[in-house]
Structures are given as C-alpha cells and as structure tokens.
Write a protein that binds this ligand. Structure first.
Ligand SMILES: [Fe+2]
Length: 272
C-alpha cells in the first residue's frame, strides 16, 4: 500500500519530533503492508521558516538513508501539504512548493480551515488545465464541506480527487460529523484515495492497514486496493486518473451482508 499523506518527516511541523519516532512510525506502517509513504508536512508551522523544495528533497533523502541503514522496508517520497492559495500554480511552476512524490504532476492541496475561498474552484481548475492531478486533503473534516457535499460533487466532476482520512472511516476515531461525511462521500462514490495523515506513533498513528481491512469488508477488495494502492501509485507515476472511473470499474457484488455492514458502520459513526 501507499500512504500519500503523512507527517513522518521529523522536526518540521506538528508531526514527529525526532528521527527515532520516524523509525517507529515506518516500522508500524511496514507491518501493516505499507511500502511507500509520501512525507507531506505543512509548509509553514509556527515560527519555523518555510522549507524550500530542495530542503525537502535533502531531508527526505537523509530519512531514506536511515531507513535503509536500519533495514526498515519503507520508501519515503518527498511532498508537502500545499495550502490552497490564489498563487498556487505560479508557486509550483517556480518549484517553490513540492508536488506529490516530486512527480511534477500531482499535488496534495489543503484548503483553509475557516471557509472555502472564493477563488478555490478557479485555482483548482487552473491546475487541472495545466495538466496537474489534484488531490484535496481530508474534505470530510471541514465544517463548511460537511454541509456542502454539492460543492465536493462539483469538484469531483471537474476531476479533483478527494482524499479521506483513515481515522474518519474507523469507528470511534473521528468526530461524528467527520465520520458521517466520510461515509456519505464513500456512499456517493466520490472518494479516490484513503490516507492516514499520521502525525504520531500512538495518537494519530498510521492505521492504513486497519482502514484497508475495513474497506475490503464494506466495499470489496477492488475498491480497497484502488483507494490505498492503485490510485496513489498511478498519481505518483504522473498518470491521469478520472475520479468517476475508479468506482465505475468496481465489480458489482453488492451483497446483503455488505449493505448491512455499511448501515451498521454509518450508525456507529453517527453515535461517535
Ligand atoms: Fe496533513
């Protein structure tokens, strides 16, 4: 599996603090079947200076060297959680901000938490028009998206990929509102990628294995594989994937058992 949203790079944001924690996180992920983690730190955090793309590349190369030296079977790729700003495309073109896996073709974009910016759709459309694949980070956790699923539907129709967080799918781990929104997005077949957004080794750890098992039981092996491996792999290779195609190609094995399980999960997440 490939986890395209992690805070495994230590000492740069609100994720891990030191290299020992990064090793523990990678070992934990490897034990769950993860082979690639994209380090996607926030660009700016607190008083820290914004890191340049070249600094990210160097830090990730050092981390990979340490993983190899310690025999941890995880490849770390560089990336970052790019803020949705009006000048996003220009910053990418100037190589100021890191694309997903340094692919030069796909980006992980984080909208501001307060409100959807008036220029949001236009900026994402300009990225798509310029040939970029766009992954929107954890929309289910935003209050303004929880009440505007129609906007997310429009974004997916434009070609934007939605990345849901593992914790939003695992009962009891997220707020009821985020969990309800995540399952609603799954039911509407709008989700392209599931990733952990892991920040720690105990709290907010990488739990992609647990989420993938749950996805297999509720949506089948094909969807579980696509959302945790197939789509992330294609995006990192620079391939264009149409969000609508992911679910269209899924085998239709809608058993009564799966419908029952999904209904139970939605009820459980409703209750928190
Ligand atoms: Fe994140």
């Amino acid at each position: 599996m490939i986890d395209i949203h992690t805070h495994i790079l230590p000492g740069v944001d609100d994720g891990l603090q030191d290299i020992g924690e990064a090793l523990l996180m990678a070992e934990d992920a490897a034990a769950q079947g993860v082979s690639v983690m994209v380090a996607t730190p926030h660009l700016r955090w607190g008083e820290r200076q914004e890191l340049s793309a070249s600094q990210f590349r160097k830090a990730v190369a050092d981390l990979n060297a340490m993983m190899q030296a310690k025999g941890v079977p995880i490849e770390i790729l560089p990336g970052c959680e790019i803020p949705l700003t009006a000048d996003l495309l220009e910053r990418l073109q100037r190589d100021e901000w890191m694309s997903l896996g340094d692919s030069g073709r796909a980006v992980l974009v984080e909208p501001p938490w307060e409100e959807w910016p008036p220029f949001g759709k236009a900026v994402l459309q300009s990225l798509l028009d310029a040939g970029w694949s766009v992954v929107l980070a954890h929309p289910e956790r935003y209050r303004f998206f929880q009440h505007r699923l129609g906007l997310l539907e429009e974004l997916v129709q434009m070609g934007v990929h939605l990345q849901v967080t593992t914790a939003s799918l695992i009962p009891g781990k997220a707020s009821p509102a985020a969990a309800r929104c995540a399952y609603e997005l799954m039911e509407r077949r709008l989700v392209s990628v599931v990733a952990s957004d892991c920040h720690g080794v105990t709290h907010r750890r990488c739990d992609l294995g647990e989420a993938a098992a749950l996805l297999r039981r509720t949506y089948g092996a094909y969807i579980a594989r696509m959302l945790t491996d197939g789509v992330p792999r294609a995006l990192l290779r620079g391939e264009r994937v149409e969000p609508a195609q992911i679910w269209k190609n899924a085998p239709t094995d809608e058993s009564r058992w799966k419908r029952f399980l999904r209904a139970v999960l939605r009820r459980e997440t409703d209750d928190g």
